[in-house]
Design a protein around this ligand. Structure first.
Ligand code: NAD
Length: 320
């Protein structure tokens, strides 16, 4: 069994390698070669959350589970509140093959998902990237998105404006001019918008968004979270990682709940990758990717990390 500890992940797997792994597993899901098992999520008390995301990818020969959660007391102990570990197994024998630190991988696979959606669905001439959110994930989403189009600048809005300078530094590192703006300005200027907040109510409204925009809505991964006005989903062509999650705990839960769209209106991004759905069909179309986050993404990047660790000679091997 191979161990790749959390400390080894940084510098091991690039945004490009995470992108390739996530894109491939989205394609496998749409072909029916890979599927996610039901998610388990438990409240442990005192705000602690723990859960398991798991799945099987026959095409990628990958079976496993990400175990992890949110431990709000960790910050006081000097460790990150979100903790996760990925365990991989041989799909033929069930024997454990790897244990991989999952914290940074979670950030990378989430950023890869919005980047895949931009790559496949945004207008080729997209120049302005709009960011709604400026927390831990936002920088990762921005870095991955910057590789997909020749963006010339970034406009950003955050509910807590004092968090914007940290995101601004990421844009600066990427050589992209950065400006904090109102949501009205953001919608009027951006060709691509990434939403990555833990908001309980819509921030971005339908009227803010102009024709031709691509949105990657990444923050809503739980019942009760919401980032955009539901009527925007009715106006857009909606894509997702997994329809079952999109309609229950993703951004689409609200448009579905109010009867504005139905599950059949939502297409998996894997179908676009596989060429069985055309994706964007005009420059005026609004495309919206509801990125809910599935276990197979975690398994895909963990397997890539294991392969890279073995190739670089830094994998720790133990007998089990
Ligand atoms: P974070 O706590 O670091 O940042 C939270 C962000 O939400 C900040 O920008 C904050 O200003 C904003 N926010 C908080 N309250 C708000 C409100 N009432 N209205 C509008 N904005 C508000 O969190 P993070 O790690 O950056 O994650 C952001 C979101 O993405 C979370 O909801 C998280 O669960 C989700 N997430 C999704 C996936 C996925 O695969 N889809 C993966 C990881 C994280």
């Amino acid at each position: 069994m191979i161990i790749v500890p959390e400390r080894a992940i940084a510098g091991l797997i690039s945004a490009e390698q995470a992108f390739a792994a996530v894109e491939a597993v989205f394609a496998s899901m749409a072909k029916g070669d890979a599927y996610n098992f039901p998610v388990i999520r438990e409240a442990l008390g005192e705000g602690r959350q723990y859960g398991f995301k798991s799945g099987l990818d026959r095409a990628g020969s990958n079976l496993g589970v990400k175990a992890g959660g949110y431990f709000p007391g960790n910050a006081d102990r000097g460790i990150t509140n979100h903790q996760s570990t990925v365990y991989l197994f041989d799909p033929d024998t069930g024997r454990p093959t790897a244990m991989v630190g999952g914290n940074l991988l979670t950030a990378l696979r989430t950023a890869a998902a919005s980047a895949v959606s931009i790559d496949r669905l945004a207008r080729k001439d997209s120049k302005v990237l709009g960011m709604v959110g400026a927390g831990h994930q936002a920088g990762f989403q921005l870095r991955a998105a910057a590789k997909t189009r020749k963006f010339e600048r970034v406009v950003a809005w955050n509910y807590h404006p004092d968090m914007l300078p940290t995101l601004g530094k990421v844009a600066e590192e990427l050589g992209l001019p950065f400006k904090g703006v109102s949501l009205e300005e953001l919608g009027a200027e951006a060709d691509v918008i990434i939403t990555i907040t833990s908001s309980p109510a819509a921030s971005l409204m339908d009227a803010h968004v102009r024709p031709g925009t691509h949105l990657a809505c990444m923050g809503t991964d739980t019942i009760g979270k919401q980032e955009v006005e539901p009527s925007l989903l009715a106006r857009a062509t909606v894509f997702t990682d997994e329809v079952a999650q999109s309609i229950t705990l993703g951004e689409a839960q609200h448009a579905i709940g109010s009867g504005l769209i139905k599950a059949a209106d939502i297409t998996t991004i894997g179908e676009v990758i596989n060429g069985t759905h055309p994706g964007r069909t005009s420059d005026d179309e609004i495309t919206l990717f509801d990125g809910t986050g599935v276990g197979l993404q975690d398994l895909a990047v963990a397997k890539a990390a294991v392969d890279l660790a073995v190739a670089k000679g830094i994998a720790i091997e133990v007998e089990v």
